[in-house]
Write a protein that binds this ligand. Structure first.
Ligand code: ATP
Length: 332
């Protein structure tokens, strides 16, 4: 009999420390110098990061960067070779039982019993270790959009419904921290949007910190307020998404009059403050040091070009990701 991996374990009580002191959010997760080898392969090479309590945090990295391995070690599903981990202020895996009482997780594919209904799977597995009420099972089914499919056999669920049942199971016992490995894996675009909306709603309604791995930049940017970017088993950047996006560069679209594109292409890369210039759909996209767009405009006009538009583009995680990871060429 199998079930969603990383699900909450049998429990022995033990109150965990309160998360925040004097209004300063303390970390929900801390990882220090985490190391893990598989034979000669170093999956984690001294990973460090911390996730603030209350955040919706994305764990972003190319395939093979070490995301799943990290989540498995955090949940005590595999042993680390070295390093320290804390969840909700308590050392892992030493205090695994008490800690996991407060954690809901969905790591890898949810595997419930095919011939059981969605309701029966949650009821059966959810009450193995702790009491759960039928009302709470129905509540999480409703929250995950599965109320109508509650009586339907799990084996007949679509990929998206299966993932949502996994999330329903993970939130069943009202965790303080939700750890999800690629929650939109295998879903179509519509399913992804639904899952994003669902996670936002869970964050707002249930108040849990969410830590989710993904290799989809767009998804992390839309959903998360904090991000940890990893590559080759190391953290290459972490922080609030807003801070990361503002750091260092702006993106602008520049359009010039017909017949002037060649001259603009020659001039733009040489202007002070221009970090990169590439052809865009209707002109050029330039990466700029912050606050330089006026000077670029002046320089183009000074060179006799007619600037028909200079448009700020919404900052994206993509540039940061591509700059920081080897495998960034294939982020999606
Ligand atoms: P993906 O997005 O593809 O799931 P990931 O960032 O989750 O990637 P991991 O699955 O943690 O990456 O894998 C990190 C590295 O460790 C990879 O090179 C992988 O092949 C290797 N690895 C992971 N688990 C094992 C295992 N059980 N045995 C051998 N190698 C493993």
């Amino acid at each position: 009999m199998t079930r969603s991996e990383g699900s909450t374990a049998p429990l022995a009580g033990g109150a965990l420390p309160s998360a925040s002191r004097a209004g300063v959010p303390s970390p929900a997760i801390v990882v220090r110098d985490l190391r893990k080898r598989f034979g000669r392969r170093e999956a984690l090479a001294g990973l460090q990061f911390s996730v603030p309590e209350g955040a919706v945090a994305g764990f972003l990295g190319p395939n093979g960067a070490g995301k799943t391995t990290t989540l498995r070690l955090l949940l005590g599903l595999a042993p680390a070779d070295a390093g320290e981990m804390e969840i909700l202020g308590v050392g892992m895996p030493a205090h695994r039982t008490a800690v996991l009482e407060q954690v809901g997780a969905l790591v890898e594919k949810p595997s419930f019993l095919d011939h059981f209904s969605g309701f029966d799977n949650l009821w059966w597995f959810g009450s193995l270790n702790r009491p759960v009420t039928r009302e709470r099972v129905m509540e999480v089914l409703a929250r995950t959009g599965l109320a109508e499919a509650a009586g339907q056999a799990f084996g007949t669920y679509s990929t998206g419904m299966k993932q949502r049942l996994g999330v329903a199971y993970a939130i069943l016992h009202r965790p303080r921290l939700l750890i999800l490995d690629e929650p939109t894996n295998g879903m179509d675009p519509q399913g992804r949007v639904q899952m994003r909306d669902l996670l936002r709603e869970i964050h707002a309604a249930e108040g849990a910190t969410i830590f989710l791995s993904s290799h989809l930049l767009d998804e992390v940017q839309r959903l998360c307020d904090y991000v940890v970017i990893v590559d080759h088993g190391r953290t290459v950047r972490e922080g609030y998404v807003a801070d990361i996006l503002q750091r260092g560069r702006e993106t602008w679209e520049v359009r010039v009059a017909d017949g002037q594109a060649e001259r603009a292409a020659a001039l733009l890369p040489s202007l002070p403050g221009v970090l990169a210039c590439r052809p865009g759909p209707r002109g050029f996209e330039i990466s700029l040091e912050p606050g330089r767009s006026g000077l670029v405009n002046q320089a183009l006009i000074g060179a006799g070009l007619t600037v028909t538009a200079l448009i700020p583009k919404e900052a994206s995680l993509e540039e940061t990701f591509l700059a920081l990871t080897d495998n960034g060429g294939d982020p999606a």
